[in-house]
Design a protein around this ligand. Structure first.
Ligand code: MSP
Length: 641
C-alpha cells in the first residue's frame, strides 16, 4: 500500500547573522512534528534551508569586505551544524543560491510574466531592508516599519509588479472556505482583515543592488527576495524538475512560520500559486515568539541566546524538551535559564530519570536483571494500563492538531502516575514474601512496559533520550518503534536482560549555577571555609549508647511535593523497611540515592513532616549536606558504634 505523505517546512532563515534560540524553537517544533508523522507511518518530507539573497546580505558582506557568497557560505555552514547538534531530521536543506532554485524562480517569473500577471511600471515607495519588505505610506506606523519599528528607505525604481489585486476575491474566498488554512485563528482573522483592506500589486524586482536572481528577460533587475524565498517550497519538492516527487509531496501539509511572516505565507505565497495554477498549502501555522526574561532578543540589548552554548551545556534533548514543553504553540513564550534548569531538574532528572532508575534497579534486585513476566492483574495494574491506553490515544489527537505542549503534558502525567504506582505497590515489600513473587513480577513488568511506551511517545521530542531508555530496558540498540507499538502494552521481550541503569539527565546543581554566575572574586570568597561549628558539651559512653545507629540501604527516594529541600526515603533496616523524610533534596537527586548504604539513627522519636510520618534520620554533614555513606558490603541493619 502507498504510504500517506506529509510535507512540512520551516521558514528559510536569513544568513545575515548566526541563528539564536528563537530560530531553534521554530525548527525544533517542525522536527518534532516530522518525527511524529514518521513514527505514525507517513512518508515525510521535512524541509528547512537558508534565504540568501537581498539587500541586507549584500550590505553585510560589503561591510565585512567579502563577496556575498563567501559571506553566506560561512553562516549557512553554522546553521547546518546547529541542526545537526540539535538532532534535526530534515530531509533536505535548500539554499536559495543553488542552481536548482535559480531555475525554478526564473521559470515561474517568466511564466507569470508571459500570462500578463507581471508587468513593468515605475515604483516609488517605502522599503524596510531588515525585513526586506515594501510598505505603502498608509501602512507605516509613525513613519516606520509596522513590523520591526525601524526606519524605512524611500525607493524610486522602475520595477516589475505582480498583479496581486486580481486574485484578492479568490484568496478571500479560499481562506473563508478553508478555516484550517491559517492557524491559530487569531492570525486568520488578522489576515482576513488585511485582505479586506485591499490587496495592492506587489513590486517583485529591484535594480539598486544585484545580489539576487536575475529577472530572466531583463538583466538589470533581480527578483524581489520574498518572491524568490517563498518559491523554495516548490523547488525542493521537485517543481519543474522531478514531477514524480512534486506530485507526491505538493501541496505542503504545513508551512510552520513565525507570526510576523504569516502574511507573506498566507497572502503573497497563495497568490503566486494561484497564478501558477497550483494547489495551495493545506496549512500555514504561525507560532509565537520566544522572548528572553520578557524582552525581545536583540543584539543591542545583548540578550541574544546562542543555542550552541546551551546544547553544549545541557545537551540537545533538554533544550528541545524545554522549548516544546514551556511554550504553547501559537503564543509567545519566555526563555530563562532558571526556568530551563527547573524543567531539567523537575521533569527530566526527577520524574523521568527517577522512574527509569528506580524501575531498573528493582528489576536488577528482584528479577535477576531480566524483564519479568506479567501475571494476574491487580487493581493498580489495571488502572495503570488504562491510563497508558488513554494517554496514547489523547497524545495522538493532540499531536495531529500540533498541540505539542498538551502531548507532553499527557506523557508526564503518565510518568507521575507510574511513580505513584511504585509507592502504592511497594515492590520492596512484595519481595519479602515468596508468595507474592508473581505480584512482584507483574508490578516490575508494568514499570518496564510503561517505560517502553514512554520512550516511544517522547521520541519525536527527545530523539537522543528515547534510544537510551530503549537500550537500558534491554529492548535493543536500535530504536525504531512506531506509534502503533505504543498502542500495544504487551511488547516486552520477557526474560531479556535489562542494562545497568545510567542516569539520563543528571540533576543540575543550583549551587554550582550560583557560582557560575558570580565573578571569580565572589566565587573565591564563597570558597573560603566556613568556621568550624562549636563543639557540643561532653557526653558519657552511656549517653552515646542511647543512640541506635544502623547501616540502612536506600530502596527508593522521591521528592516531597511543594518542599524543595525534602525527600522521602524508603530504607531497608534488614528486618524491616521504613519511610523517613530527609532534608537533602538540594544535594541529591532521588535516583542518586537508590542503592546507597548510609548511617541512620533508628531510635529517633517519630515526627510528622509535611503530613508524612518520618521514623528515623540519616546522618549527613552539616556543611554540604552530604550523607555519611558506608561500604555497600555492610549489610543493612548492622549496628554502628
Ligand atoms: N527569510 C525569511 C523567511 C523566508 S520563508 C520563505 C525570514 N528569515 S528570519 O531568519 O528573519 O526568520 C526566520 C524565522 O525565525 C521566522 O519565522 C521568525 O518568526 C523566526 N524567529 C525569529 N526570531 C524569533 C524568536 N525570537 N522567536 C521565535 N521565532 C523567531 O523571516
Amino acid at each position: 500500500m502507498k504510504k500517506k505523505t506529509y510535507y512540512i517546512t520551516t521558514p528559510i532563515y536569513y544568513p545575515s547573522d548566526r541563528l539564536h534560540i528563537g530560530h531553534a524553537y521554530c525548527t525544533t517544533i517542525a522536527d518534532a512534528v516530522a518525527r511524529y508523522r514518521r513514527m505514525s507511518g507517513y512518508d515525510v518530507f521535512f524541509l528547512t534551508g537558508s534565504d540568501e539573497h537581498g539587500q541586507k546580505i549584500q550590505r553585510k558582506a560589503a561591510e565585512g569586505n567579502v563577496t556575498p557568497k563567501e559571506y553566506v557560505d560561512g553562516i549557512v555552514a553554522s546553521f547546518q551544524q546547529l541542526w545537526l547538534k540539535l538532532g534535526i531530521s530534515n530531509d533536505d536543506f535548500i539554499r536559495t543560491t543553488e542552481e536548482r532554485h535559480h531555475k525554478v524562480v526564473q521559470a515561474i517569473f517568466q511564466k507569470i510574466y508571459d500570462q500578463g500577471d507581471i508587468y513593468k511600471a515605475a515604483y516609488e515607495g517605502k522599503y524596510c531592508t531588515p525585513c526586506e519588505t515594501f510598505w505603502t505610506e498608509r501602512q507605516l506606523q509613525d513613519g516606520n516599519c509596522p513590523d520591526c519599528g525601524r526606519g524605512v528607505e524611500t525607493v524610486q525604481e522602475e520595477s516589475y509588479f505582480f498583479r496581486m489585486s486580481k486574485y484578492q476575491e479568490r484568496l478571500l474566498q479560499f481562506i473563508e472556505e478553508n478555516p484550517e488554512f491559517i492557524q491559530p485563528v487569531s492570525r486568520r482573522n488578522e489576515m482576513i482583515n488585511f485582505i479586506k483592506q485591499g490587496l495592492e500589486d506587489l513590486c517583485v524586482s529591484r535594480t539598486t543592488f544585484d545580489w539576487g536572481i536575475q529577472v530572466p528577460f531583463d538583466s538589470k533587475h533581480v527578483v524581489y527576495v520574498w518572491f524568490d524565498a517563498l518559491t523554495n517550497y516548490i523547488t525542493a519538492a521537485g517543481y519543474g524538475q522531478d514531477d514524480g516527487k512534486f506530485e507526491k509531496y505538493w501541496p505542503a501539509d504545513v508551512h510552520l512560520v513565525g507570526k510576523e511572516i504569516v502574511r507573506f505565507h498566507s497572502i503573497i505565497w497563495p497568490v503566486i500559486l494561484m497564478a501558477l495554477d497550483l494547489p495551495l498549502p493545506k496549512k500555514v501555522y504561525g507560532h509565537g515568539w520566544l522572548v528572553v526574561e520578557g524582552d525581545k532578543m536583540s543584539k543591542s540589548k545583548g540578550n541574544v541566546i546562542d543555542p550552541v552554548g546551551l546544547i553544549e551545556e545541557f545537551g540537545p534533548d533538554a533544550i528541545r524538551y524545554f522549548l516544546l514543553r514551556e511554550i504553547t504553540l501559537g503564543n509567545d513564550g519566555n526563555f530563562s535559564r532558571e526556568a530551563l534548569i527547573n524543567r531539567i531538574n523537575a521533569d527530566l532528572a526527577n520524574d523521568l530519570g527517577n522512574l527509569l532508575h528506580r524501575s531498573l534497579n528493582m528489576i536488577g534486585r528482584f528479577s535477576d536483571g531480566n524483564l519479568p513476566p506479567c501475571g494476574e492483574l491487580g487493581e493498580f495494574d489495571k488502572q495503570l494500563q488504562d491510563l497508558a491506553k488513554t494517554t496514547v490515544a489523547q497524545y495522538e489527537t493532540a499531536m495531529d492538531a500540533m498541540d505539542i505542549n498538551q502531548a507532553l503534558k499527557l506523557v508526564w502525567t503518565l510518568i507521575g502516575r507510574t511513580n505513584k504506582y511504585i509507592d502504592e505497590t511497594a515492590p520492596w515489600a512484595l519481595a519479602k514474601e515468596e508468595a507474592k513473587r508473581e505480584q512482584l513480577h507483574t508490578v516490575l513488568h508494568h514499570l518496564a512496559a510503561i517505560l517502553r511506551v514512554v520512550a516511544i511517545l517522547i521520541s519525536p521530542f527527545m530523539p537522543h533520550t528515547a534510544p537510551k531508555i530503549w537500550q537500558q530496558l534491554g529492548l535493543g540498540d536500535d530504536f525504531a518503534a512506531s506509534l502503533d507499538d505504543a498502542k500495544r502494552f504487551d511488547g516486552l521481550p520477557v526474560g531479556k536482560a535489562v542494562a545497568k541503569p545510567e542516569p539520563i539527565f543528571p540533576r543540575i546543581e543550583e549551587k554550582k549555577e550560583e557560582e557560575a554566575k558570580t565573578s571569580p572574586v565572589a566565587a573565591a570568597k564563597t570558597a573560603v571555609k566556613e568556621k568550624a561549628p562549636e563543639q557540643a558539651a561532653e557526653i558519657s559512653i552511656d549517653d552515646f549508647a542511647k543512640v541506635d545507629l544502623r547501616v540502612v540501604k536506600v530502596l527508593a527516594a522521591d521528592k516531597v511535593k511543594g518542599a524543595d529541600r525534602l525527600l522521602t526515603l524508603t530504607v531497608d533496616l534488614g528486618e524491616e523497611q521504613r519511610t523517613i523524610v530527609s532534608g537533602i533534596a538540594q544535594h541529591y537527586a532521588p535516583e542518586d540515592l537508590v542503592g546507597r548504604h548510609v548511617v541512620m539513627v533508628v531510635n529517633l522519636k517519630a515526627a510528622k513532616i509535611r503530613g508524612i510520618e518520618s521514623r528515623g534520620m540519616v546522618l549527613a554533614a552539616s556543611c554540604d549536606g552530604k550523607l555519611a555513606v558506608v561500604e555497600s558490603s555492610l549489610p543493612p541493619g548492622s549496628k554502628v558504634k
